[in-house]
Design a protein around this ligand. Sequence first.
Ligand code: UD1
Ligand code: CA
Length: 443
Amino acid sequence: MTRAAVILAAGMGTRMKSATPKVMHKVAHLPILGHVIAAARGAGVERIVVVTSPDGAMVREFAATEGADTVVQDRQLGTGHAAASAAPALADFDGEVVICYGDMPLMTAKTLEASFAARAKASLAIVAFHSNSTAYGRVIAGKDGLLDRIVEYRDANDDERKVDLCNAGIMAADAKSFFRWAAKLENDNTQKEYYLTDVPKFAKADGQGCAIAVADEGEMMGVNSRAELALAEAAMQMRLRAAALNVGVGMLAPDTVFLSHDTVLEADAQIGPYVVFGPGVLVRGGAEIKSHCVLEGAEVKAGAIVGPHARLRPGAVIGEGAHIGNFVEVKNSKVGKGSKANHLAYLGDATVGEGANIGAGTITCNYDGFDKHRTEIGDGAFIGSNTSLVAPVKVGEGANTGAGSVITKDVAAGALSVERSEQREIAGWAAKFRARKKAAKGK
Ligand code: UD1
Ligand code: CA
């Protein structure tokens, strides 16, 4: 059966105190909504409809880039009303649908899959978890193990409040039946809202039961405030680190390593303490990232050593066995196999061949205030310390540049290029100078 998901994301998220809609705040460098969409895709969902508020343009834009459809819920009249507002977008859809919230970044594909699987027992299924928090609706099960009813905490009596089985807000059903039931919802409760949790009542009236899939509380956290966002980030980091260790990545102090949702670390990559990964990083097996490095949009090949204290920016590709040492920044540059830039250098918009040596303090002057220009450094070239390479410029294969040179013209293969004024020496000058100073001060 084909699968669809309706993701509710019309909430204002006022407690975030932010101009950015709540579901667009990032966890591990991906908007919260992106995590939910990824979970849905992981559960085999083909069509996604995100329910947004009228001022949710940013949410709609992001959903579109993720291949999801969107609808606008004009007024926020409750979770049931929000789910029902997706009906026109799925009018032609004949499979099963899962309803879930857009602000639950930790929810996994496995849990959505479990909600679909529970439909083997009844036409409708919800996901529940164990908690004593007063924030959640209580799930009251019947003797047959199927759902009797869901009661919002504020609407519940004392006995119902004692139940620790809570409603996650995830509901799976045959789409046509679901939207038929959702259209019948009424708002006769303390909040005067259309509750998604009343859908099972209408299913029951049709002779259809509701199964309960129980999931881990750790996945059910919704993000409503900056503090909760930080908690979700911490939980996600723990999950990403555990996954990396599990594939065979070496980490001396995993708690100090910060990963992006898309970081790819191969088995036998070694990551030191306090390393921060931005989006789009690939570290091959046998490469080592030493402590205090920041990487983003970069690839580090086998046997390469990066850091300590190095920064790799988008487009940095560090070749096999290459070394990028302390206080070296690499941007949009390829560093060939076995080449070394061990200390204090900036390589921007450069191509460095194999086996080259980039001396301490080397700077590629790639920007003229308007345009960026490339620097090419050939195989086996030796760039003396403190060389400024004023791009566009090429240093040929096996060429040397003298320390301190400002290289503005191409250097031929095998040549030495020095740009430096002649060194003068005045014999005895320093000794005379000191004697003169001491005499003047009477010492
Ligand atoms: C809901 C459930 C509760 C459950 C809890 C789990 C109902 C009536 N209650 O309560 O049983 O334990 O979630 O977290 O369903 N939204 C819209 N449009 C609306 C209203 C809400 O898109 O008109 C979205 C919100 O953006 C949010 C989600 O739906 O992401 C949940 O809404 P919220 O008002 O937070 O529901 P709760 O009261 O927490
Ligand atoms: Ca909520």
